[in-house]
Design a protein around this ligand. Structure first.
Ligand SMILES: Cc1ncc(COP(=O)(O)O)c(C=O)c1O
Length: 420
């Protein structure tokens, strides 16, 4: 089978899905005001964004980015390793290390490449990685790049991780063991049971813990300092990884640790850091300005929690299943992937921008509409969103029912079903 024959069935599904009006992805936004966006000439309320603190449009952030653009130019001209390293990168690294409570940090061009580069270069074939089943794709790609043995454990289940680790260590094992979890899971909004995972370090003193806090920074913990700070456990976490593409209103990523030698090794071996262009100065300046705003206006974090609580109460009143976690990610549990596509399409029709998450972004048969909130959402936005969701939950038979389990679907089949 040639490459075209291999890809064509999927491409045909996409064409069909678009023709039937059920294709929800890659929607071109022609203008954004943060909480509202313009799509095909219609203004929609955005409840899909990770700009949790609403800083992507803050005038102070825009001004900082514009200033850096003029001083350093639009592009970096090369990788940090060669000619793209700027004083702003190093200043940001110091600030981030201080922000998360670690000795050092290394900035990469995206969060995705941070995970791929860091995990990929620090671990090798002789090592073992324990990985939450619902970890982000960039983590699994990093694991794959490392060549280490990967042992997935049940989502957010430290006891299962411990059992798996015990079993793996029974053999003649000499390598390093890294446990990777997220602070806030991007699709479910679940917050990690961090103390339970850190307990494993008592039984396995050589265990290293890697926390991807992409969705926890700026959101969780005192003054938004993240998940480790929330549990006062920073000194027991070995690596904190974060992104700038969520609450910090920019793009980019970083990894922080107290271990100078390990970070120095990483700085010279992370492939995306050496072989991919540096983060532009304007993006770096936007992160610095976002941190300034976060430090001077910590009430933004409280406001985000208040808004999220209001949404969760609204969901409960409608009869939707809601978790107890205090994160701003509040999925509408649908179950059936086809229903999720229809639901999302109806949301668009009613003026709300939120997308379905289907396998492999969520477990098979566990489709959700991922909704996420911003500290800049106004009461009128939330009133409107709840009104629309109530109407659609009734229409699609979602309210008051547990998600229906469904046969496994691959991505192409899921789209095909949506077309029918
Ligand atoms: C948990 C997690 N880690 C890493 C990433 C990658 O971050 P970025 O968008 O900065 O590449 C994401 C992005 O969605 C994420 O959710």
């Amino acid at each position: 089978m040639n490459l075209n024959e291999r890809c064509k069935p999927f491409a045909d599904y996409v064409v069909q899905a678009k023709a039937c009006g059920f294709y929800p992805y890659f929607r071109p936004i022609s203008q954004s005001w943060g909480t509202e966006v313009l799509v095909d000439g219609r203004r929609l309320v955005m409840i899909g964004s990770n700009d949790y603190l609403g800083l992507a449009h803050d005038p102070r952030v825009l001004e900082a980015a514009a200033g850096a653009l003029t001083r350093w130019g639009a592009g970096p001209g090369g990788s940090r390793f060669l000619c793209g390293n700027m004083t702003v990168h190093e200043a940001l690294e110091e600030r981030l290390a201080d922000f998360v409570g670690m000795r050092k940090a290394i900035v990469h061009t995206t969060g995705f490449t941070t995970n791929v580069g860091a995990i990929g270069c620090l671990l090798g074939r002789e090592d073992l990685i324990l990985c939450d089943r619902e970890n982000h794709s960039s983590i699994f790609e990093g694991c794959r790049a490392s060549g280490a043995r990967v042992v997935p454990f049940k989502h957010n289940d430290a006891a299962d991780a411990g059992r798996k680790l015990r079993r793996a260590l029974d053999r003649e094992f000499r390598g390093c063991v890294l446990l990777i979890t997220e602070g806030v899971f991007s699709m479910s909004g679940d917050a990690v049971e961090l103390p339970e995972f850190l307990e494993l370090k008592r039984q396995f003193p050589s265990l290293l813990v890697y926390l991807d806090d992409a969705h926890g920074l700026g959101v969780m913990g005192p003054r938004g300092r993240g998940t480790a700070a929330r549990f006062e456990a920073t000194d027991r976490v070995d690596f904190i990884m974060g992104t700038f593409s969520k609450a910090l209103a920019s793009v980019g990523g970083f990894i922080a640790s107290d271990d100078d030698a390990v970070l120095e090794y990483l700085r010279h071996h992370s492939k995306p850091l050496i072989f991919s262009a540096a983060l532009p100065a304007s993006a770096v300046a936007a992160v610095q300005a976002s941190l300034d705003v976060l430090e001077s206006e910590p009430e933004r974090v409280d406001r985000l929690r208040t808004i999220t609580e209001r949404v969760k109460n609204g969901f409960r009143d409608i009869g939707l299943r809601v978790s107890d976690s205090e994160t701003p990610i509040v999925p509408i549990h649908i179950g059936s992937e086809m229903t999720a596509y229809h639901f999302s399409q109806d949301l668009f029709r009613h003026g709300v921008f939120a997308l379905p998450a289907v396998y492999p972004a969520v477990p098979r048969g566990g489709a959700v509409i991922r909704t996420a909130y911003m500290s800049t959402h106004e009461a009128r936005h939330i009133d409107f969103v709840l009104e629309v969701i109530e109407k659609l939950a009734r229409k699609h038979g979602v309210a008051g029912t547990a998600p229906r389990p469904e046969e496994s679907l691959d991505e192409a089949a899921a789209l095909a079903m949506a077309v029918c």
